[in-house]
Design a protein around this ligand. Structure first.
Ligand code: DOR
Ligand code: ZN
Ligand code: ZN
Length: 427
């Protein structure tokens, strides 16, 4: 089986290749990336005017299965991933039961194989039940397929337990994905501590809620030698601390979510729980710092923190609703609209931050279009404008603050191991 992707703008961070090329795929493998390839093939994809990049990798999604299938299942989450251009996603362990044991880990792996061609890679919990006390069998979970460990949804608040985990993680060679939030400082906070929280009469979440744990975790990583990846950074001081850690040569990486660089608290129009996520939408100053951090490559990764919830759970007052918004089906267009069209990042940086760097962080042999690699490829038309309509989401989660927003940039096709698993025309 041979497929030819013709005439697209190929972006490969591994070689810095950026130009109009054809990509030949044979039996699921990238064979050649050259100009004007003339070969007989079974299938031709015309990518004129489109970016052709290594398949997007999202280091941070919540698929809710097992336990919360009314919010999302592995099947529906993976469909949303494919539609969003993602060929690989890493699933957070805050399911029920928590992914803190081999059985649940294997359930996620097997279920994903059964229901989707998207690579769904599980992340294991750091402590049993994510209760912050007793470490999981980190080595065993890693050896059986967990690509990282994380307590996402919360921090490991006990610094001693956190240090033990990072020491073990360093020994085993598994990255630690840190959700940075001081639970005591966060208290009952709902929105960023600022005018908007006051206006809407809810408790605020100060930047120091995140910053204090970012500082602590960087220092624990330095102390233990652990590879630390900071999830969903939302503050200007997070960016400063990541820059400092990098300057010291520490193995620290950081991610930013589309909602944090595409919106600020000023965009919250009403008492609507679709604006509620953790960490919260911050000030314009923070948003600007995140954009510059991405531009200057202090921030390595764009990840969605895709956190679907059922309509009924979000259709309640702000302070009662769960944190989280869906992200897989809006990430590419928000990135192009808020970062590329505004001149903050280049198309090559999209490929770096949404594919190449994520692959490196979890030690995956993906994120490039080099011949010989598995043909996971995403084709994006950066010029198509459309209005986000959550009713068209294939995710079970319709909870987005971007409904009705005009954006630019559309995923045209998602290819996994040479097979087109999503195509915009087909819809
Ligand atoms: O907004 C969020 N939602 N932040 C988190 O840390 C957890 C996530 C979830 O699981 O819903
Ligand atoms: Zn989190
Ligand atoms: Zn999360």
């Amino acid at each position: 089986m041979k497929t030819l992707i013709k005439n697209g703008r190929v972006l490969d961070p591994a070689t810095k290749k950026d130009g109009i090329y054809d990509v030949l795929i044979e039996d699921g493998i990238i064979k050649e990336v050259e100009q004007n390839l003339i070969v007989e093939v079974d299938n031709i994809i015309d990518a004129t005017g489109c970016f052709v990049m290594p398949g997007l990798i999202d280091l941070h999604v919540h698929f809710r299965e097992p336990g919360f299938e009314h919010k999302e299942t592995i099947r529906t989450g993976a469909r949303a991933a494919a539609k969003g251009g993602f060929t690989t996603v890493c699933a957070m362990p805050n399911t029920r039961p928590v992914v803190d044991n081999l059985d649940t880990l294997k359930f996620v792996i097997d279920k994903a194989k059964e229901v989707t061609k998207v690579n769904v890679l599980p992340i294991a919990a750091i402590t049993a039940g994510q209760e912050g006390e007793f470490l999981t069998d980190i080595e065993k979970l890693f050896k059986n397929g967990a690509v990282a460990i994380s307590e996402d949804g919360k921090s490991v608040m006990n610094a001693r337990v956190c240090r033990q985990a990072m020491r073990l993680a360093a020994e085993v060679g598994v990255p630690v994905f840190a959700h940075c939030e001081d639970k005591d400082l966060a208290a009952r906070g709902v929105l960023n501590a600022g005018d908007k929280a006051k206006e809407l009469g809810v408790y605020g979440i100060m930047n120091i809620v995140e910053d204090s744990i970012v500082a602590r975790d960087i220092l624990i990583a330095k102390n233990t030698g652990a590879q630390l990846h900071l999830c969903h950074c939302s503050t200007q001081d997070s960016v400063k601390m990541v820059a400092l850690a990098k300057k010291e040569g520490l193995p620290v990486t950081a991610e930013v979510c589309p909602h944090h660089f595409a919106m600020s608290e000023d965009d919250i129009t009403s008492d609507d729980a679709n604006f509620k996520m953790n960490p919260p939408l911050r000030s314009r100053k923070d948003m600007e710092a995140l954009r510059l951090g991405l531009k200057n490559d202090i921030m390595d990764v764009i990840a969605t923190d895709h956190a679907p919830h059922h309509v009924s759970e979000k259709n309640v007052p702000l302070d009662e609703a769960p944190f989280g918004i869906t992200g897989l089906e809006t990430a590419v267009s928000l990135t192009i609209t808020a970062l590329v069209d505004t001149g903050y990042i280049t198309p090559m940086q999209i490929a770096e931050k949404m594919s190449y760097n994520p692959a490196k962080i979890i030690g995956l042999d993906k994120g490039t279009l080099l011949p010989g690699k598995i043909a996971d490829i995403t084709i994006i038309n950066p010029d198509i404008e459309y209005i986000i309509d959550s009713s068209t989401f294939v995710s079970l989660g319709k909870n987005t603050p971007f409904n009705g927003k005009k954006v630019k940039g559309k995923v045209m096709a998602t290819i996994v191991a040479g097979e087109v698993i999503y195509s915009a025309e087909a819809k």
